[in-house]
Ligand binder design. Structure first.
Ligand code: CTP
Ligand code: MG
Length: 180
């Protein structure tokens, strides 16, 4: 059933969706690259900070723990088959989302894009790829049981739509400088 597939995919990805938004709220302070340059440009830029990365990873991991506490009730009342996150999986999804976004900033700087510049495609999927790769590394058994091919398909279609939506929202609320 499509609805149950979408709900499962959304639930499984929540610990990866929250970190970048938490980083926007908590970011600032020392940049990860410490101001270092590469080829005449910043290695990552001022938009990737230690505080934002730590806050994002923590927020996603804590969310996974909260979701686990809710899952018995939500599953039994809705009948959806929702995943439970081993700690390693929640942490992998969260840290992976942050690392994917940091990797994208690295690629943006190498291709001459300044901080905040859009890179359509990469902006919407960097954190998904990072989250899935790290979740696979951190909890391979859980990953293959949860992210079946249909679920992965839904994730790849649904995430860019949600990403555009939340970023436009954050921009309209004045939380983000650009709507991407
Ligand atoms: N942020 C952070 N640390 C991270 C990711 C994000 O502190 N690892 C904060 C920064 O304040 C950043 C804001 O969240 O400016 C928005 O994140 P993002 O859009 O990813 O960064 P940009 O400033 O657009 O920089 P870039 O072009 O490198 O993506
Ligand atoms: Mg940006």
């Amino acid at each position: 059933m499509v609805v149950s597939l979408v709900v499962t995919a959304f639930w499984a990805m929540l610990p990866a969706y929250v970190p970048n938004n938490a980083a926007v709220l908590a970011g600032g302070g020392r940049p990860i690259d410490g101001g270092r340059m590469m080829g005449g440009r910043r290695l990552l830029g001022d938009g990737k900070t230690w505080r934002g990365t730590a806050a994002g990873t923590l927020a996603g991991t804590l969310l996974a723990i909260v979701l686990n506490a809710l899952v018995p009730t939500v599953s039994s009342t809705t009948g959806f088959d929702l995943p439970v996150f081993p700690l390693a999986a929640g942490f992998g999804l969260s840290l992976g989302a942050m690392l994917g976004d940091i990797g994208a900033s690295f690629l943006k700087r190498r291709s001459g894009r300044e901080r905040g510049a859009a890179f359509p495609g990469l902006d919407q999927l960097d954190f998904v790829v990072g989250a899935l790769v790290l979740a696979f590394v951190a909890a391979p058994g859980w990953f293959s049981a949860t992210f079946t091919l249909p679920v992965l398909g839904v994730v790849l279609v649904m995430t860019p739509i949600l990403h555009v939506g939340t970023n436009v929202g954050a921009y309209l609320l004045g939380l983000k400088n650009e709507p991407w």
